[in-house]
Design a protein around this ligand. Structure first.
Ligand code: NDP
Ligand code: 8X3
Length: 250
């Protein structure tokens, strides 16, 4: 049985991915900052697979490395890494953006992803196998009004994804990115700091992607034969054609 480490497993895409991978008999290391949610998911999935939880903030280099280096033996071999933890913080023009929001996005979406990857990649190199899926975004392919720093953080994920592919190619490790458009999760609640009206407006009048849609794609990517690597994939709801072209009347 394989083991997957999923960051951001307490909500949205990460949580749905955990549920989906359990159906594929993949043991799980679930990460996030909200221990009670990790505990609940562990309880839910432990009937079918082995589940271990790691509660850390991806911004803490020390906690990331301590947690991953001290995994119990049963979970020490990580076959799959889903780099999913991340959020947008704010949606403001560059001239009025909040510095704390900028720090959060760069520290979590970029540096956090790097810390977790740095803790896991040496294990995969020793094994000469592994599969890393980086959750990017359409915001890593386009820049939209007021998206500035979030888009920058996801463009960085796009570059890191390509960098990992190039550098890890010699070890037989698969690396790929999934770049979704609008997915209804807690993402907009976080972006708009619990302003429910603004959060709901993001999905108003359209049929957005669900986190289960992304989990389904992740499972598809993971179950391709060894010689097939989905390197970079964009997925939109049918109502969306780009970051700014969204049909809200379908
Ligand atoms: P959610 O807000 O539902 O989930 C975000 C997850 O990230 C949570 O589990 C959260 O866990 C975790 N997380 C956030 N900050 C930290 C941190 N500092 N340390 C550790 N974990 C953290 O949003 P989504 O599921 O939508 O987002 C998942 C990924 O998908 C993100 O990378 C996002 O950028 C990307 N994405 C989302 C899209 C969307 O429209 N929703 C579209 C394209 C990409 P906890 O708070 O418990 O730490
Ligand atoms: C999340 C999708 O369009 O809000 O990455 O940036 S978007």
């Amino acid at each position: 049985m394989k083991t997957a480490l999923i960051t951001g497993a307490t909500s949205g895409i990460g949580k749905s991915t955990a549920i989906e991978l359990a159906k594929h008999n993949i043991n799980l290391i679930l990460c996030g900052r909200r221990q009670e949610r990790l505990d609940a998911l562990q309880k839910e999935l432990s009937n079918s697979v082995n589940v271990y939880t790691l509660c850390f903030d991806v911004r803490s280099k020390e906690d990331v490395f301590n947690s991953i280096e001290n995994l119990p033996k049963q979970f020490a071999k990580i076959d799959i890494l889903i780099n999913n933890a991340g959020n947008a913080h704010g949606l403001d023009p560059i001239q009025t953006g909040d510095l704390d929001d900028w720090d959060a996005m760069i520290d979590i979406n970029v540096k956090g992803l790097l810390y977790v990857s740095k803790a896991v990649i040496p294990k995969m190199i020793t094994q000469q196998s592994g599969h890393i899926i980086n959750i990017g975004s359409i915001a890593g392919k386009e820049v939209y009004p007021n998206g500035n720093v979030y888009c920058a953080s996801k463009h960085a994920v796009d570059a890191i994804n390509k960098g990992m592919q190039v550098d890890l190619n010699q070890y037989g490790i698969k690396v790929g990115a999934i770049n979704p458009g609008l997915v209804e999760t807690e993402f907009s609640k976080v972006r708009f700091k619990n302003d429910d009206e603004r959060a709901n407006n993001a999905y108003k009048g359209l049929n957005p992607l669900t986190p289960e849609d992304i989990a389904d794609i992740i499972a598809f990517v993971l179950t391709r034969p060894y010689h097939v690597n989905i390197a970079d994939l964009i997925v939109f709801p049918t109502a969306q054609a780009s970051s700014t072209v969204v049909n809200r009347s379908l």
